[in-house]
Design a protein around this ligand. Structure first.
Ligand SMILES: [Zn+2]
Length: 292
């Protein structure tokens, strides 16, 4: 399936990604409405990774323009107190958004967004808190399909139809899942296994330099260095990679040079694209990969 992904992502300033075919927004930094215009009306589900202001300040205007009964639905990490505060303020400030839905989510949840699609929140260590506290999440979009169990493969269409009538379709079918799309949110590089076998991964890469002093990082929250991301990606199976959330201290040339160098170093041959600081990229997957 070809996805139309539009996004903006610059560390400290703003981050958001819109997937048009699914009506999903990941994060809601400022500028999303002025970039998407009428297309923002297609957004039904908003998955927020964490409460840093550069990921949520677009929500007020987004809701104000698009609120309708039961939509949009905002999903946020369950222990991040900023969201109930923002919900209360938003509904007081703009009474017409009173029926937007704000839903706390946590790792282990499965959120259906279409007949054959669900979203799984994945905890990450961006905000240093105890293991059971959920303040920062990545997300995985999973496709679920019903497939005939191999032991029923010999049956004819008519036999299967009868069986479905007698015992229901679940008696001979099984669910097959595929990771279509992963969004890292803000995160240090962690166990790559959670992104393994994903068709498209958007991962943050705030720093180009592994030796970046920790004290310069915002609020003590943890981010990824490009090389750690590329090393992780080289050790798992990803169909396409999109890098974003670069610090604005780097020039486009520095970023592209670093990506190309690391693709060579780690023998990464999948298409790699990037969202440069300060740039809104429309239809990301139609852009030429940086490593081809
Ligand atoms: Zn951020």
């Amino acid at each position: 399936m070809q996805l139309t992904i539009t996004g903006y992502s610059t560390a400290l300033f703003s981050t958001w990604y819109f997937i048009e075919e699914w009506g999903i927004l990941f994060d809601a930094g400022e500028g999303l409405i002025s970039a998407l215009l009428q297309k923002s009306r297609k957004i039904d589900h908003v998955f927020i990774s964490h409460a840093d202001r550069d990921h949520i300040t677009g929500l007020l205007q987004f809701n104000q323009l698009n609120a309708r009964p039961g939509y949009p639905i905002m999903y946020y990490p369950k222990d991040a107190g900023s969201f109930p505060a923002l919900e209360a303020f938003s509904k007081k400030f703009d009474p017409q958004v009173a029926r937007t839905v704000w839903t706390p989510v946590t790792e282990g949840d499965e959120i259906p967004i279409a007949k054959d699609l669900l979203v799984k929140p994945l905890r990450n260590g961006h905000v240093p808190v105890e293991e059971h506290i959920i303040k920062s999440l990545g997300y995985m979009v999973v496709q679920t399909r019903k497939k005939l169990r191999p032991e029923f493969a010999h049956l004819s269409g008519e036999q299967l139809r009868q069986l479905a009538e007698q015992q229901g379709r679940d008696s001979f079918s099984m669910e097959v899942r595929e990771n279509l799309f992963g969004y890292s949110g803000d995160t240090p590089v962690e166990d790559g296994a959670k992104w393994d076998n994903t068709r498209i991964l958007i991962h943050e890469a705030t720093f180009l330099d592994n030796g970046e002093p920790v004290k310069t990082r915002d609020y003590g929250n943890k981010h990824s260095c490009l090389e750690e991301v590329m090393e992780m990606v080289s050790s798992i199976h990803i169909g396409q990679l999109i890098l974003g959330h670069f610090s604005s201290r780097y020039s486009p040339e520095e970023i592209d040079r670093a990506i190309k160098g690391l693709c060579e170093k780690y023998a990464i041959n999948i298409p790699v694209r990037r969202v440069l600081p300060g740039e809104t990229v429309h239809d990301l997957l139609s852009q030429p990969p940086i490593n081809r």
